[in-house]
Write a protein that binds this ligand. Structure first.
Ligand code: GDP
Ligand code: MN
Ligand code: MN
Length: 251
């Protein structure tokens, strides 16, 4: 398997045809997986905004005041308002905002970025990243598209790429019912291939001014495995989320 960045992509603007920009620069093959940083998907979809677009309500003011007190830094209540508007559930409101976004992804600040957004204050995640992936895919000669974001994780330091949208492939491959090397049947392993490929692509894309938001994964073989559609956990089965919901930050 090989990964390479699509070269010479320009600064992406609202309304650009990402599929055409990619197809013009690389000879894609049908079984390539095209991994696109959510940053440029958001730019195409007009998801850049200014803080003034989010006049803060009482809840956002309260959250920002508490976060300011905890961090010793002045936190903008309009930013908290933007996060609230992008979210269906606030899982933690201190010492940072951990929410579920409208499409089911749990992350800090609803994935809103303040870097790589020329001319605006904020870049919101795409509204429905799997729909975005499907739109991009329809203009490409590759069959599979992932939309990625760089994201922190619990229990470990450091951020890494995850898939927030996918098209043309299931997000996971299902090893259940297959055997390990001792012949023992695997009972639980559903492997998040979408996240694994997104992490590798994100490693190639980089985080700064590299200008390489699109990475092609070539010659990845799914193998003889079942597919699995689940990616974001349902709230009911998400015991960690339920535990965190009931937790209160205490300075
Ligand atoms: P995120 O992980 O989706 O939040 O995206 P990042 O902000 O980390 O950017 C990922 C990569 O895309 C980095 O190499 C950036 O330099 C690059 N990038 C971001 N926006 C643009 C753009 O409009 N044009 C180009 N060519 N590269 C961009
Ligand atoms: Mn991001
Ligand atoms: Mn990134």
């Amino acid at each position: 398997m090989e990964l390479f960045a699509v070269p010479d992509l320009p600064e992406i603007r609202e309304g650009d045809d990402l599929g055409a920009l990619i197809d013009d620069r690389v000879d894609l093959r049908p079984d390539d997986v095209v991994c696109v940083a959510s940053t440029v998907v958001s730019k195409v979809e007009g998801r850049a905004f200014d803080l003034d677009d989010f006049p803060a309500g009482p809840r956002a003011r309260e959250i920002a005041a508490r976060l300011s007190e905890i961090s010793g830094d002045e936190k903008d209540p309009r930013f908290a308002q933007a996060v609230l508007e992008e979210s269906t559930e606030v899982i933690m409101d201190a010492p940072f905002l951990l929410t579920e976004s409208r499409f089911g992804h749990v992350g800090v600040n609803a994935g809103i970025d303040r870097s790589n957004v020329p001319g605006h204050d904020l870049l919101l995640l795409p509204e429905r990243p799997s729909d975005s992936a499907e739109r991009i895919r329809s203009g490409l000669s590759a069959d599979r598209v992932l939309v990625t974001d760089t994201c922190g994780r619990p229990f470990r330091h450091g951020q890494r790429g995850v898939a927030i949208g996918w098209a043309g492939m299931a997000p996971a491959r299902d090893w259940r019912g297959e055997a390990d090397r001792d012949g023992r049947e695997l009972g639980v392993t559903v492997e998040s291939v979408a996240d694994e490929l997104a992490a590798a692509a994100n490693l190639v894309a980089g985080e700064g001014d590299g200008g390489t938001p699109v990475v092609v994964v070539r010659d990845f073989e799914w193998g003889d495995h079942g597919e699995h559609d689940a990616h974001f956990r349902d709230v009911d089965g998400d015991l960690i989320r339920q535990a965190v919901r009931g937790w209160e930050f205490d300075e």
